[in-house]
Design a protein around this ligand. Structure first.
Ligand code: ZN
Length: 304
């Protein structure tokens, strides 16, 4: 793993003294069943954090993730079939099953029939200054002091170009004003406007999915954020092979059935997609108009 992310983190640290940075090395995917006392979790990553052997653990019932020192857990290697029958295994299985569509594959709608909507805000790389903070402040106004869940599809290049905005989001999460599910939207978010869609985004021949997935996770782990089990493909573009690779990283692809910039109006069970990086103002305008009239719940992606 190149240490570019660490260098970027150190550079950002010099301008953001409030954030404690950890050294994250040798991050790799695993699938292990782990016990600590009466607690059971699924380990999906091993890594070294400031010299400590560490794990990313998933609660297979709630889909919540946490970091832990490996010496506090007893783990054994398992296969994918061993997690089938859990909510996590079943959702992962569903998101990686055919048909494999070129666009918007994965989970696009609530699988549980819950009342409410799932808001996802994509932060793809952007050279524009700032971001659409109003999306998040309107959510906080809406929730009137209770913690409101939101999925943030975060890319590494957006973080590098927007350290202050990223820290602001992180602080809203830490202080409980928002409950952010950090969705992996890759490190560099490959895109070439000259290429056809079936050879673009992560389907570009030179795209390196391992470095895209783990590079972003290193950036999050180094500032104390635990990545979630969710992933959004750049451009929502994927194929069967990529879906298979994503499954081997134990990540669930999240699509959308309410892309506001395309004029789709959210109803119960929808996964809403808007861009919060100042690149798609029409979607944000539609969202601000819609939330003024909305009276239902916002749900966390863990409840998909
Ligand atoms: Zn994107």
């Amino acid at each position: 793993m190149p240490n570019l992310y660490l260098l970027l983190a150190i550079f950002s640290a010099s301008t953001q003294p409030a954030v404690a940075y950890s050294q994250v090395l040798n991050l790799r995917p695993v699938l292990e069943s782990c016990q600590s006392g009466a607690e059971s979790r699924i380990a999906i990553r091993r890594f070294t954090k400031n010299g400590d052997q560490s794990l990313v653990l998933v609660n297979p019932s709630t889909l919540d993730t946490q970091q832990a020192r490996s010496k506090d857990w007893r783990c054994k290697i398992i296969g994918f079939n061993d997690i089938l029958g859990t909510r996590y295994g079943d959702l992962l299985n569903r998101s990686s099953s055919p048909p494999y569509t070129l666009q918007n594959d994965g989970i696009r709608h609530s699988t549980r029939g819950l009342e409410g909507v799932y808001l996802t805000v994509d932060l793809c790389p952007s050279t524009r200054k700032g971001f659409n903070e109003e999306i998040f402040t309107s959510l906080m106004d809406y929730s009137k002091g209770t913690t409101v869940p939101v999925g943030v599809s975060i890319s590494g290049y957006w973080i590098s170009n927007h350290p202050q905005e990223f820290n602001w989001l992180r602080e809203q999460d830490l202080s409980g004003k928002l409950r952010v599910t950090w969705v992996n939207h890759t490190r560099t978010h490959p895109y070439n406007h000259n290429l056809p869609i079936n050879k673009n985004f992560l389907l570009e021949p030179q795209a390196n999915i391992r470095s895209e997935i783990l590079g972003l996770e290193v950036q999050l782990l180094s500032v104390g954020i635990t990545p979630s089990v969710f992933f959004r493909f750049p451009g929502l573009v994927s194929n069967e092979k990529l879906i298979g690779v994503l499954k081997s990283y134990s990540l669930i692809s999240v699509g959308s059935d309410a892309w506001l910039a395309k004029g789709e109006v959210p109803t119960h069970g929808n996964i809403i997609l808007i861009h919060g990086n100042e690149n798609e103002p029409v979607g944000v305008v539609d969202f601000m108009r819609w939330i003024k009239k909305y009276r239902g719940d916002f749900l966390g992606l863990e409840d998909l």
